[in-house]
Write a protein that binds this ligand. Structure first.
Ligand code: FAD
Ligand code: UDP
Length: 369
């Protein structure tokens, strides 16, 4: 008999949901995280009453009523709707790509005029089945929007040519022929009132958590503590990079606390030209309609990933997908180790998808025990 039923590596959303559900089922659990706080990438730091999204802007959105009710059972969500603007040189456009964007760009007024304009721009390109992000973007919105609002942003975000990136990345964004600036199509959207830490604290209430604890620094001792392990870190690292390193895109964040009440009038402004080194500026107070006298802004700079640097986005190209498959084949053969979350599954997962995956995984685990 080991001391714990479960050792959960990573106190992010996947680990926290898994821990919560397993705890409800009577399991004895230890959660560890190498960071000095819980929450993984949804962690917020409070600066003079403003919840600062330390690892980038996080907006919760889902179509799944059960997931929405699940998160709302831990913390109430506000009515925040993401409607960012994009700056290209000195021009300002609404996002996502919709009738406001089209009319700002081409002075068109009706959906048919906008469709005709896009059609006119892409007719000569003859794209039948888009093979990469560039072709996908061009076929959806035409050359003007691609050149001004997508190419520069995408290539600095990913550090690769848009022709070398998978098409699905750009399909995350809606394209609409209505005057609607909502960045998401989902039925439910909002920000936890009081910040994401409330959600994580609710999930992990009553559960033992050890922070500043890296699994790989005491792998044997930690493994010996529990019957089953849930690993939410990097899968390639777990297997000592035996099939080569999976690549990621990293970010650095430059936070500034300013003595003014409103810096940019929007939670998110994207800078789409390549020459500006950051992709976006976040003004955190607007996520919660803050009225504080000061403000906190964050510039988000994409950067090259290397071991030791925080891995944020998986690079789901051909080479990495082949390597990942080899790792996941190994993972599937494990009998008392489960893997999940954005890093271990090497997937561009949003929060609601991670929660859904964790609920599925924990139900399977409970069914087997
Ligand atoms: P993580 O949050 O990464 O948690 C993994 C945890 O494991 C980390 O705390 C890490 O420290 C720990 N860990 C790793 N290795 C070890 C180890 N060896 N030992 C101990 N601990 C370890 N989603 C949305 O729905 N909406 C958004 O607007 C949105 N915006 C985003 C913006 C950015 C910039 C990024 C990067 C992501 C965004 N996401 C968004 C996605 C969201 O962050 C993820 O879906 C979610 O946080 C993933 O949870 P996770 O538990 O899988 O991973
Ligand atoms: N994108 C773009 N211009 C923008 C915003 C997004 O070209 O102004 C592209 C870019 O390739 C990005 C992708 O759309 O990686 C997905 O954007 P999203 O806002 O979903 O990115 P995330 O918040 O996950 O970084």
């Amino acid at each position: 008999m080991k001391e714990y039923d479960l050792l959960i590596i990573g106190a992010g959303l996947f680990g926290s949901v898994f821990a919560h559900e397993a705890c409800k089922a009577g399991k004895k659990i230890l959660v560890i995280d190498k960071r000095s706080h819980k929450g993984g990438n949804v962690y917020c730091e409070n600066v003079e009453g403003i919840n600062v999204h330390k690892y980038g802007p996080h907006i919760f959105h889902t179509n799944d009523k059960k997931i929405w009710e699940y998160v709302n059972s831990f913390v109430e969500f506000n009515r925040f709707t993401l409607s960012p603007v994009a700056m290209y040189k000195d021009e300002l456009y609404n996002l996502p790509f919709n009738m406001n964007t089209f009319s700002q760009l081409w002075k068109v007024r009706t959906p048919q005029e906008a469709k005709d304009k896009i059609q006119e721009q892409i007719a000569a390109l003859n794209i039948e089945e888009p093979k990469n992000l560039e072709e996908q973007a061009l076929s959806l919105v035409g050359t003007d929007i691609y050149e001004k609002l997508i190419k520069g942003y995408t290539e600095k975000q990913w550090g690769r040519k848009a022709t070398e990136l998978p098409a699905f990345i750009i399909k995350r964004l809606p394209v609409r022929f209505t005057y609607d600036n909502n960045y998401f199509n989902d039925k439910y959207q909002g920000i936890p009132i009081g910040g994401y830490n409330k959600l994580i604290d609710g999930l992990l209430e009553g559960i033992e958590v050890r922070l500043d604890t890296d699994f790989f620094e005491s792998r044997e001792e930690l493994t010996a503590l529990a019957e089953t392990i849930v690993f939410t870190g990097q899968l390639d690292r777990f297997y000592d990079y035996r099939f080569g390193k999976l690549e990621y895109r990293s970010l650095t964040f430059e936070h500034q606390h300013l003595p003014i009440s409103n810096y940019q009038g929007s939670a998110l402004v994207n800078y789409t030209e390549k020459e500006i080194p950051y992709t976006r500026i976040i003004e955190h107070k607007h996520f919660e309609f803050g009225t504080q006298p000061t403000t906190v802004i964050t510039k988000e700079f994409p950067s090259e990933w290397e071991p030791g640097v925080e891995p944020y986005y998986p690079i789901n190209d051909e080479r990495n997908s082949v390597a990942f498959k080899k790792y996941s084949d190994l993972a599937e053969k494990e009998t008392n180790i489960l893997f999940g979350g954005r890093l271990a599954e090497y997937r561009y997962y949003d929060m609601h998808q991670v929660i859904g995956a964790a609920l599925t995984a924990v139900n399977k685990y409970k069914g087997n025990k």
